[in-house]
Ligand binder design. Structure first.
Ligand code: ADP
Length: 543
């Protein structure tokens, strides 16, 4: 027997309608390229979303056509999310930090018809314009008077495009399985792969994100996403914030600038900020160097890479800020786990609590997890056994865009293979041991590069640390530790190695320590292990 409930489709336009009715006065504050500080209300934002949707409908676009964005986190980019996706087109966010060849590949693979771009990326687009023939026009995210001189065809300023349009819009009644957004993986191995989100997956993911033990998002919050709108929907914040009326603070091109981030947090009363560990390193270093303290921030969600214990400790001890670690990936919209304490953990000692927080967190309802061995046998959640981490759920991709199964990313019984290696403890806290391709295989056993990095990062003289496996005649591979010293710190290899005493197993100790000035990062701010491995391909360990 079927239930007798309405079959209302889950559409992002419903979020806009809800926000317009219920939170018209909530604010969105942005830093933009052409506007050091822009501030307006949800009601203004929504009127402009309607204007954009009306404008797009007049262009030569069919439903499902890809409309790309190449932009930082600001109010116009946010409007594009809803104006494009809500109207039935696909908002394809492009990561401007990718190499030009990758950007060309992505634009062509997606067959983008239009590109909405920040003015600062106009020179880049001009350089690649003859290699991206599908693109029919460019909308420059600025006002008419700030419009740069450009050879881009059919270029128009965003403000000139939307200005003549009505601020009332009739949203189309779409099927909830309609595609709404497209994001490519960073392509650390091989070509980037497109992940195509649906209206339904996006709304469900936003619902999941606001729950108390996930991001606990409400109208009482003010959120600063330092996670980019151009990568995995800024962890769903653009949708979740409008769903519950959260004030938004968007840092524009100043995402990596500790001083701006700090000033925004204090001035706007940011209660929750989110970002990858590298961004928070910059902020913590700025605050340390300038004797600043965070007075308003209550919590931060950090994910995208393992969070070192030292970072959790510094946020807690110096700023009274709780770190919630999260784990996810482009293919998962991205949320998979989030770290919140379980009932009964109130009495844990501060050190034991940090040990819990250093894990990636517990499964969010909607994402099922399992760990399996090489023969696909499920492994126990005992905190010891580790294996390939697989997931399934309504906001996990079922395939990549236009790859039709060729990526071999799913198991026969319908689980997505994340490419991560993990263990899960009896309380349900998952911990990433490594990416499958980064794990160090030493004498038939696995060593977690992440665990060694985390311990190294705890040393007061270490600014950043990375561990890779290098070839070893007897053990196949052994760990090599690469370290950037903290400013003016004095640290020897011997002191570094001593630091591991009692913290990790002896056979996990790095075989060598190298001090460098720079560690390469990916376009999303993570340590680029592939590049490091290339860089040290000929490196011979001391015997
Ligand atoms: P890419 O880095 O290729 O752009 P994503 O941004 O989708 O891809 O990153 C997803 C990956 O980041 C995960 O598969 C995992 O390896 C890593 N990651 C994310 N969160 C964590 C975490 N909390 N701890 C360790 N690794 C993490």
């Amino acid at each position: 027997m079927r239930g007798l409930m309405m079959d209302s489709p889950l559409l992002i336009s419903a979020i806009v309608r809800h926000a317009a009715r219920n939170y018209p006065d909530r604010e969105i504050v942005s830093v933009t390229g052409d506007n050091p500080q822009h501030r307006y209300k949800f009601s203004d934002c929504i009127q402009r979303i309607h204007q954009l949707a009306n404008a797009l409908d007049k262009l030569d676009l069919a439903q499902g056509d890809r409309v790309a964005t190449l932009a930082w986190n600001d109010y116009r980019h946010l409007e594009a999310y809803y104006g494009i996706g809500g109207a039935g087109y696909v908002c394809h966010t492009i990561n401007p930090r990718l190499f030009p060849e990758q950007i060309i590949f992505i634009i062509n693979h997606a067959e983008d018809k239009l590109i909405l771009t920040d003015p600062m990326f106009v020179p880049l687009l001009e350089k690649i314009a003859d290699k991206t023939p599908h693109v029919e026009g460019y909308i420059i995210l600025t006002s008419e008077d700030q419009m740069p001189q450009t050879s881009l065809k059919n270029a128009i300023s965003y403000e000139a495009l939307i200005e003549p349009e009505s601020d009332v819009y009739e949203w189309p009644e779409l099927d909830e399985r309609t595609a709404v957004a497209l994001c490519y993986t960073s392509g650390t191995t091989g070509d980037p792969k497109g992940v195509l989100y649906s209206q339904r997956s996006t709304v469900l993911h936003a619902y999941a994100g606001i729950a108390p033990d996930v991001m606990n998002l409400s109208m009482r919050d003010c959120v600063l996403p330092v996670v980019p709108l151009f990568h995995v929907n800024a962890w769903g914040i653009p949708y979740a914030a409008l769903m519950v009326g959260t004030k938004l603070v968007l840092p524009g091109p100043k995402m990596g600038d500790g001083e701006t981030l700090y000033a925004l947090m204090e001035a706007e009363g940011v209660t929750l900020a989110m970002g990858v560990p590298t961004v928070w390193l910059a902020l913590l270093q700025y605050m340390e160097a300038n004797g600043k303290r965070l007075d308003k921030l209550q919590r931060t969600v950090i994910g995208g890479a393992a969070v070192p214990e030292s970072m959790i400790r510094e946020f807690r001890d110096k700023h009274d800020v709780v770190v919630h670690q999260g784990w996810g990936m482009t293919e998962m919209s991205p949320l998979g786990t989030l770290n919140s304490p379980k009932v009964g953990m109130e009495d844990l000692s501060p050190d034991d609590m940090i040990a819990v927080q250093a894990k990636a967190g517990r499964g969010i309802f909607g994402v099922e997890m399992r760990i399996v061995d090489d023969d696909q046998n499920e492994l126990p959640w005992d905190g010891v056994a580790f294996g390939a981490l697989q997931v399934r759920g309504p906001w996990v991709c079922s395939d990549y865009y236009k790859l039709e199964g060729s990526a071999d990313s799913h198991t026969d019984d319908g689980w997505f293979d994340t490419g991560d290696v993990a263990k899960i403890d009896p309380e349900g806290y998952m911990q990433i041991t490594d990416r499958t391709k980064d794990v160090i295989k030493s004498g038939g056993e696995w060593i977690s590069s992440i665990d060694i990095e985390n311990v190294a990062m705890g040393h007061p003289s270490v600014a950043e640390a990375a561990v890779i496996g290098v070839a070893h005649p007897k053990w196949t591979e052994r760990p090599l530790l690469i370290v950037i010293k903290a400013a003016e710190a004095d640290l020897t290899k011997e002191e570094m190695l001593q630091w591991f005493d009692g913290k990790i197993a002896k056979w996990w100790y790095p075989d060598d320590v190298l001090f460098v000035d720079e560690i390469p990062h990916t376009a999303t701010g993570k340590i680029q292990k592939v590049k490091l491995r290339q860089q040290f391909a000929d490196y011979k360990l001391p015997t």
